[in-house]
Write a protein that binds this ligand. Structure first.
Ligand SMILES: Cc1ncc(C[n+]2csc(CCOP(=O)(O)OP(=O)(O)O)c2C)c(N)n1
Length: 662
């Protein structure tokens, strides 16, 4: 692609809305597409972020806004990270350089950002159901607006999307589903559906035959009758040749596949399908990374990237920052300790599987992100990427565990939400030894509210039979994983994105079920810190000491079962307790301690629960968000000191209050 665009006014500078776009002639649109690509590349190469899918959907965004009349017509993008051109064409171009920055544009659809975004989304496979809802609501009025859902080929395999396909085909509302097929998930796609789509693409024969036959029949004197006859023949031919038969059988009219980069094909086709009634599935072929050679060659790496050099596509090395963010920057040597929790998980699971062929690793379309890609290469017989199918991932794990194997399912906390019932029904109820490796637990940073993994403690803690652990650093994660594979029942390990800040404390002592680790003793109060907040709690304790407050620091390690014995001891010997966790407060770890105090008959014992606030947290870097939520070390020490000083009751009295007989 030509990155040089002259000094003359760009088309992009002349339009700020779909109205402006509609004033352009179709022949001008390829130039506009090139300008949009150039701008996207400039922005994402500097900031990092999602890229390849958006590059592939530029023409699709342009064509949709050219043909439809949004926001009156409703375009429902699945997730939205592939629709940055849509953001640029709908009044957000001047802010595109703020993409995913704190206070800037979201990297996904965001309903609060623009009336052109119908929903705030970041989880895959949702747009067909929501679009169907919009279409059915429209049909209750006289309104003629169009509803269009745009979904990727991998997201179409999500359970929710398949359920929606089934229902739309049954109810048959007027709605257009655009299948944006770039033959890629983040990684190469998985499964029969993807093979099926591939067969359609590689077998355009039927479409040609159908068109030829229709044209020839129409030219005959009894043309129309023959066309009708032709349709009957078509029905019988379908089984043999028709592309999209699956969709047709589900109740859709299948159109395609068409070239998603040829605007002179896309726009007329969209105009045609716009006139059709009932559910239509338009199959559009796009190239992930289109127009930028490095991304076309390695779409997986450019699905979501760190800042890179535009000329070469190479990542701009940022040493510690990249490591802290958990990027895929290789470590200098394998002797170096793992910088991130994900790396530690990956390394240890490979090490353990070397000696245990019963270990089976499962990912749901996130092999790189969860660190399982290396495992899959090393042990292909012990590895499954199930595609975007979190529910199935857990059901599969249950089956494997039932048969005596040791499945480890690695998912991001936020996507585990998809499979809640499976955790309860397939795993906990059966008390099956499945290990849930819950990555990206806590604030994830730039991906924002759809991706923060902050609800898991609340939704997991209520499930009987489940052990829940949260290691303080990558080394402890390794020990936790070893422990989890010995467990007799289900066990969840939650760990954050990236690594720890500061020097690791050293090798982790032996883990015993339900036992916390006392890291430091102090007489005034005890900080019970969970996982990612153990190191910040230690730093907070050091700051408190400077203010004359001596704090004990406990690495809780187990949210369930909680170390009741230690809690009783802490209350009787020290008094005030502070819990700190990177999770939603209601139902989280602090709540567990509060419940424990009640169970121990010490409900009056002073307890300060430090958690995330009860609201959806925006996007920004992880350190920015932790500071904003007052979970960084400095804020922790301030919050604890303020609370402690406000107690204004001598510690001795607390002890008596909490334990009148002791
Ligand atoms: C429920 C859920 N699971 C996993 C993810 C992580 N994820 C984000 S994009 C993506 C691949 C999507 O592929 P596809 O739908 O084909 O869209 P493309 O990026 O290729 O346009 C995955 C697995 C997610 N966002 N939501």
């Amino acid at each position: 692609m030509n990155l040089q665009i002259g000094l003359r006014m760009r088309l992009l500078d002349t339009i700020d809305s779909p109205e402006g776009l509609k004033r352009l002639a179709i022949r001008q649109l390829p130039e506009l597409a090139e300008e949009i690509r150039k701008e996207l590349l400039t922005v994402v190469s500097k900031l990092g972020g999602h890229l390849a899918s958006s590059l592939g959907a530029v023409e699709l965004c342009i064509a949709l806004h050219h043909v439809f009349d949004a926001p009156r017509d409703q375009l429902v993008w699945d997730m939205g990270y592939q629709a940055y051109a849509h953001k640029m064409l709908t009044g957000r171009r001047s802010k595109i350089h703020t993409l995913k920055q704190l206070g800037g544009l979201s990297g996904f659809n965001n309903k609060d950002e623009s009336p052109y975004d119908l929903f705030t989304t970041g989880h895959g496979g949702t747009c067909l159901s929501t679009a169907m809802g919009l279409a059915l609501a429209r049909d209750r009025t006289q309104d003629q607006r169009h509803v269009v859902a745009i979904i990727g080929d991998a997201s179409l395999g999500e359970g929710m999307a398949l359920e929606a396909l089934n229902h739309i085909g049954h109810v048959k509302p007027n709605c257009l589903v655009i299948l944006n097929d770039n033959k890629m998930s983040i990684a190469p796609p998985v499964g029969g559906l993807s093979r099926y789509l591939n067969r359609i693409i590689t077998n355009p024969l039927y479409n040609r035959i159908r068109r030829d036959i229709e044209e020839r029949m129409k030219r005959l004197p009894t043309g129309q009758r023959l066309v009708r006859l032709g349709h009957k023949v078509e029905e019988s031919l379908k089984g043999l040749l028709v592309p999209g038969l699956l969709f047709e059988e589900l109740g859709f009219r299948y159109v395609g596949p068409i070239n998603g980069h040829a605007l002179n094909e896309l726009i007329p086709t969209l105009r045609n399908v716009k006139r059709l009634k009932g559910p239509i599935l338009l199959h559009v072929l796009t190239v992930k990374g289109k127009g930028y050679r490095p991304a076309e060659l390695d779409p997986e790496r450019f699905h979501k990237t760190e800042p890179f050099d535009l000329a070469t596509g190479q990542l701009i090395a940022q040493g510690s920052r990249l490591k802290a963010l958990g990027s895929r920057q290789p470590r200098a040597s394998s002797l170096e300790p793992p910088a991130t929790f994900t790396e530690a998980f990956s390394e240890e699971l490979i090490r353990l599987a070397d000696a245990n062929e019963r270990i089976i690793a499962i990912t749901a379309a996130m092999p790189e992100g969860t660190g399982l890609a290396a495992f899959g290469k090393r042990f292909p017989q012990q590895y499954f990427d199930v595609g975007m199918a979190e529910q199935h991932a857990l059901g599969l794990a249950a089956g494997l565990a039932r048969a005596g194997l040791r499945p480890v399912v690695a998912l991001y906390s936020t996507f585990l939400q998809r499979a809640y019932d499976q955790i309860m029904h397939e795993i906990c109820l059966q008390r099956l030894p499945v290990v849930l490796a819950i990555d990206r637990a806590g604030l994830v940073g730039e991906d924002g509210p759809t991706h923060h993994g902050v609800f898991d403690l609340a939704y997991l803690r209520v499930l009987p039979n489940l052990v829940i652990m949260s290691p303080k650093d990558p080394d402890e994660l390794k020990a936790t994983l070893r422990f989890s594979l010995e467990a007799q029942g289900p066990l969840a390990i939650r760990y954050p994105r990236g690594g720890i800040v500061g020097e690791p404390l050293g090798k982790c002592a032996r883990i015993a079920l339900g036992k916390a680790e006392t890291i430091q003793r102090g007489k005034d109060l005890a900080i019970l810190a969970l996982g990612s907040l153990v190191y910040p709690a230690l730093e907070a304790a050091a700051r408190l000491r400077r203010d004359g407050i001596e704090a004990s620091v406990i690495n809780v390690r187990f949210v369930k079962p909680l170390d009741h014995l230690l809690i009783r001891q802490l209350v009787t010997q020290i008094g005030p307790l502070v819990t700190v966790e990177e999770a939603q407060g209601a139902g989280g770890f602090g709540s567990a301690v509060s419940e424990a105090l009640e169970a121990l008959g010490m409900p009056a014992s002073p307890l300060c629960r430090i958690t995330l606030p009860d609201r959806f947290i925006e996007h920004g870097t992880r350190p920015q968000l932790l500071k904003m939520c007052r979970l960084d070390a400095e804020s922790l020490s301030q919050r604890i000191a303020t609370w402690f000083n406000a107690l204004k009751v001598p510690t001795e009295e607390f002890r008596l209050l909490a334990n009148p007989t002791g």
